[in-house]
Write a protein that binds this ligand. Structure first.
Ligand code: ATP
Length: 355
C-alpha cells in the first residue's frame, strides 16, 4: 500500500532522514520508534507531503506520489495536538474532509455518523471541541482523520496528550479501530510500550536510519544490537566472555555466574548477553530441584522500589554483577534490603547481541 524508497532529507547538510526504505500493507500498523531527533516526524512529514525529500520516492498503491501535494495523496493525518477546528461542532469537524474531497453531499451525514459511532462519539456530535475532554477530542480527531476513508493513516504521537490511564485504554481502542478500517497506518511515538502494544511491526530509528524493522516481540527478544535492546526495555548485561571447548560453549559471566550456553545461541566469540527483568525469578529459599534449563545463583538485595503492580528489586551477585528484576507479591512475601536471596532464570530467555 505505502512504499518509502531510499528517502533522504537534509537540513543544513545534516541528514535528518538518511536513506530509509520500508513498506506498510493495508490493515497493518507500523510504529516508528526512536529517541528525540532521530527523524520520525520528518519521515511522517515527507510521507504526508509537508516536506520535500532531497532524494527517494514515496509511493501509494504503486503510484509515485512524491511530487503530489498533501491533499492529493489520500492520506488521513492525526496530529499530536489534534488541531480540531474550535468554531465548528464535532459533526462539522468530521464532515470537513469529505466535503473538501468531493464526497457527494447526500452521503456525508451517513459517513460522519459512521465514524463518530466507531470512535464512540455519536452522542456528542453537536458539541464544540472546547467542551470536550482531551480523550474525547482525541477520538473526534481520529474520526476526522478516517472520514475521508484514506488508504493510509498517519498518527503523530496520537496519545501523548492524555493521562496514563486513558492512554492505555485508548491504545487498545485505537488498535481495534485501525484494524476495522483496514488502512495502512504509521504511528510515530517515543513511548516504547505504546509502540510494542499498538503496532504489528516496529521500526527502530536512530540518527535518521532504521536499525531494525521487525515484530514487537522480535525487537524486544531479539534486538539487532545493544542500542535497540536498551531502547525497547530494561536489560541486565551479564558481561564476561565465552569459553568453548569440545564443542561446548560456556559463559563465564560477571558475579561468578557461569553456565553452558543453550543451543539457540550462535557459536560466536563476541556476543553480549542480557536478561530482561521479568525473566528473573527471586525467592527466599533455594530451589528444591535443579533443572538443566535454568541457571541458579545466590545474591543479596541491594534496593527495592514499590511500583504499584510490581516491586523492582536490585540484587547483587558476587562482587560485580547487579541484576534488576520485577516481582509481583511473591509467595515468599516481601524482600528486605540486605537479605540473602536466590535468583534463577530460564536459559531460553537469555538474549544476545553482537556489539
Ligand atoms: P521528536 O521525538 O523530538 O519529535 P523526531 O524523531 O520526530 O524527534 P525530527 O523532528 O524528525 O525528529 O527531527 C530530526 C532532525 O532534523 C533533528 O535533528 C531536528 O533538529 C532536525 N530538523 C527537523 N526539522 C527541521 C527544520 N525544519 N530545520 C532544521 N532542522 C530540522
Amino acid at each position: 500500500m505505502l512504499r518509502v524508497d531510499r528517502l533522504v532529507k537534509r537540513y543544513n547538510k545534516v541528514a535528518a532522514v538518511d536513506n530509509i526504505s520500508f513498506e506498510v500493507v493495508a490493515g497493518e500498523t507500523v510504529a516508528l520508534l526512536g529517541p528525540s531527533g532521530c527523524g520520525k516526524t520528518t519521515t511522517l512529514r515527507m510521507i504526508a507531503g509537508f516536506a520535500n525529500p532531497d532524494a527517494g520516492i514515496v509511493s501509494i498503491a504503486d503510484q509515485d506520489v512524491t511530487p503530489l501535494r498533501p491533499y492529493e495523496r489520500n492520506i488521513g493525518i492525526l496530529f499530536q495536538d489534534y488541531a480540531l477546528f474550535p468554531h465548528m461542532t464535532v459533526r462539522d469537524n468530521v464532515a470537513f474532509g469529505p466535503q473538501h474531497r468531493g464526497v457527494p453531499k447526500a452521503e456525508i451525514p451517513e459517513r460522519v455518523d459512521k465514524y463518530l459511532d466507531l470512535v464512540g462519539m455519536a452522542a456528542m456530535a453537536d458539541r464544540y471541541p472546547t467542551t470536550l475532554s482531551g480523550g474525547q477530542q482525541q477520538r473526534v480527531a481520529l474520526a476526522r482523520a478516517m472520514a475521508t476513508e484514506p488508504g493510509i493513516i498517519l498518527l503523530d504521537e496520537p496519545l501523548s496528550a492524555l493521562d496514563a490511564k486513558l492512554r492505555e485504554r485508548l491504545r487498545i481502542e485505537l488498535k481495534q479501530i485501525l484494524k476495522t478500517v483496514n488502512a495502512a497506518a504509521i504511528v510515530v511515538t517515543h513511548d516504547q510500550d505504546e509502540a510494542l502494544s499498538l503496532a504489528d511491526r516496529v521500526l527502530i530509528m536512530s540518527e535518521g536510519r532504521i536499525l531494525q524493522n521487525a515484530s514487537p516481540s522480535e525487537v524486544y527478544h531479539k534486538p539487532i544490537n545493544r542500542f535497540v535492546a536498551e531502547f525497547v526495555g530494561r536489560s541486565n548485561w551479564l558481561g564476561g566472555h565465552v569459553e568453548t571447548s569440545g564443542g561446548v560453549s560456556t559463559l563465564m559471566g560477571k558475579g561468578g555466574i557461569s553456565f553452558v550456553l543453550p543451543p539457540h545461541i550462535p557459536k560466536e566469540p563476541d556476543l553480549n548477553f542480557f536478561l530482561r527483568p521479568e525473566s528473573i525469578l527471586i525467592s527466599k529459599a533455594p530451589p528444591e530441584h535443579n533443572n538443566d534449563n535454568r541457571v541458579y545463583c545466590e545474591g543479596t538485595v541491594l534496593s527495592k522500589m514499590f511500583l504499584g503492580q510490581d516491586t523492582e528489586v536490585i540484587a547483587k551477585i558476587g562482587d560485580d554483577l547487579e541484576l534488576t528484576l520485577l516481582t509481583r507479591k511473591s509467595l515468599d512475601g516481601d524482600f528486605s534490603v540486605g537479605e540473602r536471596v536466590f535468583l534463577s532464570f530460564d536459559k531460553a530467555n537469555l538474549g544476545y547481541v553482537n556489539d
